[in-house]
Design a protein around this ligand. Structure first.
Ligand SMILES: [Zn+2]
Length: 107
């Protein structure tokens, strides 16, 4: 399987500059990892393109939730509202990454 490349090296998450990279250094149980304190996102590089896009979005959501201080104690309405605003802000501010995430994978 040909490895899929994430089209950017950095992503603006609510004015926090995160590095984003594919890697083969995650454990077998991990598809991705978001280090909020180091502002780094990792996505494993040996999964299909659609999965890479899904995992990238998943890790971005962790960053959004962290910076919006959303947690298990948040109400559903607060969680939904702040997630929508945070995610839309990330997608609007990162058009290249946004296009890639929502583009069907060719492999
Ligand atoms: Zn997760």
């Amino acid at each position: 399987m040909k490895k899929v490349k994430i089209p950017v090296k950095y992503v603006n998450v609510l004015a926090h500059k995160y590095s984003i990279e594919s890697t083969s250094n995650l454990s077998d149980e991990e598809l991705g990892r978001c280090h909020t304190t180091e502002q780094r996102i990792f996505v494993r590089d040996d999964i299909p393109g659609d999965s890479m896009r899904d995992v990238t979005l998943h890790e971005l959501m962790h960053a959004v939730h962290f910076h919006m201080e959303l947690n298990d104690g948040s109400t559903e309405e607060s969680f939904t509202s702040r997630t929508a605003t945070g995610l839309r802000t990330v997608l609007v501010n990162n058009p290249t990454l946004c296009r890639w995430i929502f583009q069907p994978s060719k492999n």
